[in-house]
Design a protein. Structure first.
Ligand code: GDP
Ligand code: IMO
Ligand code: MG
Length: 481
């Protein structure tokens, strides 16, 4: 038994003989025998843009070296795709490591629709995958009334163009109740009297809001007794299946025993509630800091590991709000071509995604907010054969050049992109590229990738050239750094 020498963990751990070579040994400043794992233990995957950058594919790729994959924010607004040997899986709540049989954790920063979660687990079981999922007792529950309120509030806002084009999953209203200290937590479902008390306080308020403010007729979604019966039942299932955990402790213990953790961000930096294009944002923090607050692991631990920004090689957007590099008007046919080729239709809602050129000021902002140690750039295959490829390199605003995004969305809307043009690359056999590696990428695609990495002053860890796990060119596995 050795005292673990790693800031923020501070637990004793046994290290097996088989693992011994993975550690360096030394005496810490108190003279205790101490060990530190040589390989990095946590990798945090973060969306760098507007969501749907292909995070699921990288979580799946690097999940092979993880023991545990943990979501730290968001809920079933996420739609993460994993393709393994042509078999496609769309995951909303079950962490993407499930396809690799890794333990999945939904951290305290998540909002959980338990019906969706159970459905997703059942669907995966029907396909021969039996995911092991643990849910933080501190995570908040998306209740049926949250989904109803999400819809009616979006309708109300649409008159003034303030609707965010939400996924309608009740995400915003659930986080609102969390911040308002009237939410229902997963742990509350395990205790009938607490659940009853919480529901009796909150449900009449929600009912009054729906009926008196929004003037709608409400049903069982706003009935305390109906909700109590349903959620007490769900609490029993959670208990019987031992699905709930004190996530911070669970994950800390995993780290303490030398396990690798992969933190799976949902959404993306520009739709982060704090760092995104407010109010056209989601209601959580997809940025890397969220991995600490959303799991109970100290920021020092997250920061000792790797933080990898996932980038789509152009922009796609499923919500509303400004988008300076959007392909519109005479560029609409180009947007259609990219949309078709990249299958740019929402995973969750099926909506056609808006398309734009890569926006470097948005990425510089993401680099600053997340401190990426490396990046993965996806969808290089989708841009093949275009006549020309553009990148919004900087903005012009009030006659000045700007290299990052302004802090308000209204000012962002006034930014005029200043484009750089890149030479196109041909369509090639992308599966061959996936197999043969970086040097087999068309040279113009290499120039494009190297420009992005240089502008962000970071390293290219992987390049996506297709949806399948085999279609990713890996330069660095962050767990091996
Ligand atoms: P996520 O939410 O960030 O996990 O991304 P989504 O799964 O919502 O959207 C990404 C889509 O692009 C999915 O259909 C993926 O299978 C697919 N995809 C991921 N990487 C690549 C890539 O490099 N090339 C192509 N053509 N598709 C990709
Ligand atoms: P993944 O994890 C892309 C967008 C919605 C809307 C805004 C708020 O698959 O990348 P919400 O339902 O969260 O209150 O909607 O955020 N949005 C996403 N866009 N990818 C996602 O997730 C998204 N999750 C939410 O379209 O504009
Ligand atoms: Mg998605």
């Amino acid at each position: 038994m050795f005292r673990w020498h790693s800031p923020g963990i501070g637990v004793s751990a046994t290290i097996s003989d088989a693992d011994i070579e993975s550690y360096v040994w030394f005496k810490d400043r108190n003279g205790f025998e101490a060990a530190q794992r040589i390989a990095c233990m946590s990798v945090t995957i973060v969306g760098s843009q507007l969501g749907d950058e292909g995070k699921g594919a990288l979580v799946d790729l690097w999940g092979g070296e993880a023991d545990v994959v943990s979501r730290y924010q968001g809920g079933d607004n996420a739609g993460h795709t994993v393709v393994e040997n042509g078999e496609e899986y769309k995951l909303s709540l079950v962490p993407s490591g499930a396809i690799r049989n890794k333990i999945g954790v939904l951290g305290n920063g998540c909002v959980v629709n338990l019906d969706t979660l159970f459905d997703e687990i059942d669907t995966l079981r029907d396909r021969g995958i039996d995911p092991e999922v643990r849910i933080a007792r501190r995570a908040h529950v998306i209740m049926p009334y949250h989904r109803v309120l999400d819809g009616i509030e979006e309708d109300a806002k649409s008159d003034s163009d303030l609707d965010a084009g939400t996924t309608g999953r009740g995400i915003g209203p659930t986080y609102e109740d969390k911040a308002g200290r009237r939410g229902i937590r997963v742990g509350d479902l395990l205790d009938r009297s607490t659940l009853r008390e919480r529901l009796e306080y909150v449900v009449p308020q929600k009912r009054a809001l729906a009926e008196k403010v929004f003037d709608i007729d409400v049903g069982a979604q706003f009935d305390t007794d109906v909700l109590f019966d349903k959620y007490a039942g769900i609490g029993e299932r959670l208990r019987e299946e031992s699905m709930t955990v004190n996530a911070g402790k669970f994950l800390n213990d995993c780290l303490g025993s030398g396990k690798n953790i992969l933190f799976e961000g949902a959404q993306g930096t520009s739709i982060d509630i704090d760092h995104g294009i407010y109010p056209y944002v989601t209601s959580s923090n997809p940025t890397a800091g969220g991995a600490a607050t959303g799991t109970g692991i100290g920021p020092t631990v997250i920061g000792q590991g790797e933080v990898v920004g996932i980038i789509k090689s152009y922009l796609s957007r499923v919500g509303t709000g400004p988008l300076p590099t959007e392909l519109i008007d005479q560029d609409e046919p180009l947007a259609d071509a990219i949309r078709e080729r990249g299958s740019e239709f929402g995973t969750v809602t099926g909506r056609p995604r808006r398309i734009g050129w890569l926006d470097m000021p948005m990425l510089r902002h993401a680099q600053r907010a997340n401190g990426f140690t490396g990046i993965a750039v996806n969808h290089i295959d989708v841009l093949a054969e275009l006549e020309t490829i553009k990148v919004g390199h900087s903005y012009e605003l009030d006659g000045e050049t700007r290299m990052t995004m302004p802090a308000t969305t209204e000012r962002w809307n006034e930014c005029e992109p200043v484009y750089r043009t890149f030479d196109p690359w041909p369509d090639v056999s992308w599966s061959d590229v996936g197999e043969a590696g970086y040097s087999s990428l068309p040279s113009n695609a290499q120039a494009y990738l190297e420009y992005i990495a240089a502008e962000l002053d970071t390293s290219l860890y992987a390049i996506g050239v297709g949806p399948d796990r085999a279609d990713t060119v890996e330069l660095t596995n962050p767990f091996d750094r």
